[in-house]
Design a binder for this molecule. Structure first.
Ligand SMILES: Nc1ncnc2c1ncn2[C@@H]1O[C@H](COP(=O)(O)OP(=O)(O)OP(=O)(O)O)[C@@H](O)[C@H]1O
Length: 231
């Protein structure tokens, strides 16, 4: 369970409040106008942007004082950051050990996630020898290997074509449901939310609104969502 308790973010004229919690295992879309603070919200949870007040909890554990790497989560950005000089298997292995000294069991685990994202047999390739969709799948595989209870996705598939994006969303859903991870996914496409998100957080007017069931929210959008959707 992820809980934001009276969280206030502020930075040069920008302000965002959040006060809600998510059930463990929920897939949650984060939508709202450009500049509203969607990325800032994820950055705060990940530990890159400290709130001016409030607390963020995972279960009973407060995340205050925990560095980004020590938090029980993985964040995936649009810029997938695979290292060009490492093979795909090595890039994914970094999710386990920065030193890349993997045991036989860990190497087998890397092969297993490669297979899960449909990249079996491509482990020895370098990123330059992969397509955009394969790179996106590789980055997701690395995130999966970390097996943290929370996965934060900041528009990681925005640069992919429609068919590939749908494929990646399906993969996220499959992986999240299988592992029981909670997913928070920033997207600019309402269809992404409707495709996989149980709940949707609307970020607008200085507030990250409490998560609402996606279907009901879009069936009866509040004024701020109507404005965002151009209705
Ligand atoms: N490093 C920074 N320094 C100063 N201001 C920043 C910084 N990063 C973001 N901001 C500002 O904080 C506000 C929220 O930005 P944020 O990126 O969180 O919005 P967003 O909803 O994710 O936008 P988009 O949909 O365009 O990615 C904006 O006003 C932005 O200009």
């Amino acid at each position: 369970m992820l809980r934001l308790e009276a969280v206030e973010l502020a930075q040069e004229g920008f302000h965002l409040s959040a006060d809600w919690e998510l059930p463990q295992g929920a897939i949650v879309a984060v939508i709202g106008p450009s500049g509203a603070g969607k990325s800032s919200l994820l950055s705060a949870i990940a530990g890159f942007f400290p709130p001016v007040s409030g607390e963020i909890y995972v279960g009973e554990q407060s995340l205050s004082g925990l560095s980004p790497g020590a938090r029980p989560l993985t964040i995936l950005f649009q810029d997938q950051n695979l290292f060009p000089h490492l093979t795909l298997a090595e890039n994914i292995g970094l999710g386990l050990h920065p030193s890349l000294k993997l045991s036989k069991a860990e190497q087998a685990r890397v092969a297993e996630v490669l297979e899960q994202v449909d990249l079996a047999g491509l482990g020895e390739r370098k990123p330059a020898q992969l397509s955009g969709g394969q790179l996106a799948r590789a980055a997701l595989a690395r995130a999966m290997l970390r097996a943290r209870p929370i996965l934060l996705l900041d528009e990681p598939f925005a640069a992919l074509g429609p068919a590939l994006k749908i494929e990646m969303l399906a993969l996220v859903e499959k992986v999240a449901r299988a592992s029981g991870a909670t997913v928070l996914m920033v997207t600019h496409d309402p269809a992404d939310a409707q495709r996989i998100a149980d709940l949707t957080v609307l970020v607008s007017d200085g507030t990250a609104h409490a998560p609402a069931p996606t279907e009901a929210l879009f069936a009866n959008p509040p004024a701020a969502l109507q404005a965002y959707l151009g209705q």
